[in-house]
Design a protein around this ligand. Structure first.
Ligand code: XMP
Length: 282
C-alpha cells in the first residue's frame, strides 16, 4: 500500500552547519519516514533580499515554506500525480506557544508571527493537521518518549522554523549567513563539550550585522561585527531565564569565535530574562 505520510524537509538555506545532513540521516533512521528534501535556498534568499523588518521576514518565510510544500506535491505523489491524485492535508508540528505568541489565544497580543501560524499565507490550499497544537514542548517530549522515539530526537533543543533568518539583525545575505553559521557552530561545539546541553533550553547565536565595532588584532585595527550569545533556560518557552554559564566556557567560545571568524571582533552575552526579552532577537 502507498505510504500515507511523506515528510517534506524544506532546506531554506537558513539552517545551521550540518543540520540538513542531520535531519536527512537521524530523522529518517529514527522514524523510517519517507522524506523528500526540497532545496529552496535560492528562492528564500531572493525573497528576503533587502528585508530588515522582523515581521516582514517572518511572513515571507512562512509564505515560502507553504510555496515549497506546494512545489513538492508532484514529487510526493510520484506517478499518482498523473492519475489525478492530490495532497489534501499538511501536517505541521505547531506547538501552543507558537499559537499564543502569534496572537491566537483568547485575549493574547501578537508578540511575533511564528512562521507556521501568524506567518501562513491566506491562500493556503492544504487542510492543516496540527496534532501538537495544544501542547507545550515538555508535553510533546513526554509523548515522544512514550512513543519510543530516541533521545537525540526527543531531547533536541528547539530551533525556530525561520532559522538563522531571524538571528541576523539586518538584511539576510549569503555572506552573513556564512559568518553566523561558523560562530554558531563554535558555540554549540563548546557548549556540548562542556556538558551543558542539558541545562540549556537553547542558545541562539545572533549576528548584529548592521552594527560595527572597532577592534585590534595583532598590530592592526579591525572594524567588524558583534555576535551575541543568548543561552536560556526554560520549561516551556513562555518564560525563560538567562543561563548562568561558567566563565571558562564563555571565554573559550569568545576566544574561538574572534580567532576563527575573521568578521567578528566582539562577543557579547545577553543577560535578559523573558519577559521582558523574548528568546529570539526578532
Ligand atoms: P520567542 O523568541 O518568542 O521564542 O521567545 C519562543 C520559542 O519559539 C521559537 N520560535 C519559533 N519557532 N517558528 C518556530 O518554529 C517561529 O516562527 C518561531 N519564533 C520563535 C524560539 O526559538 C523559542 O524556542
Amino acid at each position: 500500500s502507498a505510504p500515507r505520510l511523506t515528510c517534506v524537509f524544506v532546506d531554506h538555506g537558513l539552517m545551521r552547519e550540518g543540520e540538513r545532513q542531520q535531519v536527512e540521516k537521524d530523522f529518517v533512521a529514527a522514524t523510517g519516514a519517507r522524506l523528500v528534501t526540497v532545496d529552496a535556498s535560492e528562492t528564500f534568499l531572493r525573497e528576503l533580499a533587502g528585508v530588515t523588518d522582523p515581521e516582514t521576514k517572518r511572513k515571507i518565510i512562512g509564505r515560502e515554506f507553504i510555496r515549497s510544500f506546494e512545489g513538492a506535491v508532484s514529487e510526493v505523489l510520484g506517478e499518482g500525480a498523473d492519475k489525478g491524485e492530490t495532497v489534501k492535508f499538511l501536517v505541521q508540528g505547531t506547538l501552543y506557544p507558537d499559537v499564543v505568541e502569534s496572537g491566537g489565544g483568547s485575549g493574547t497580543a501578537n508578540i511575533k508571527s511564528h512562521h507556521n501560524v501568524g506567518g501562513l499565507p491566506e491562500d493556503l490550499e492544504f487542510e492543516l493537521v496540527e496534532p501538537l497544537r495544544l501542547l507545550f514542548k515538555d508535553e510533546v517530549r513526554a509523548v515522544g518518549r512514550q512513543l519510543g522515539l530516541p533521545e537525540e530526537i526527543v531531547g533536541r533543543q528547539p530551533f525556530p522554523g525561520p532559522g538563522l533568518g531571524i538571528r541576523i539583525i539586518g538584511e539576510v545575505t549569503r555572506d552573513r549567513l556564512e559568518i553566523l553559521r561558523r560562530a554558531d557552530s563554535i558555540a554549540r561545539e563548546e557548549l556540548t563539550s562542556a556538558g551543558l546541553d542539558g541545562q540549556i533550553w537553547q542558545c541562539p547565536v545572533v549576528l548584529l550585522a548592521d552594527v560595527r565595532s572597532v577592534g585590534v588584532q595583532g598590530d592592526g585595527r579591525t572594524y567588524g561585527h558583534p555576535i551575541v550569545l543568548r543561552p536560556v533556560s526554560s520549561e516551556d518557552a513562555m518564560t525563560a531565564d538567562w543561563t548562568r554559564l561558567p566563565y571558562e566556557t564563555l571565554e573559550r567560545i569568545s576566544t574561538r569565535i574572534t580567532n576563527e571568524v575573521a568578521e567578528v571582533n566582539r562577543v557579547v552575552l545577553d543577560v535578559t530574562s523573558k519577559p521582558p526579552g523574548t528568546i529570539e532577537w526578532e
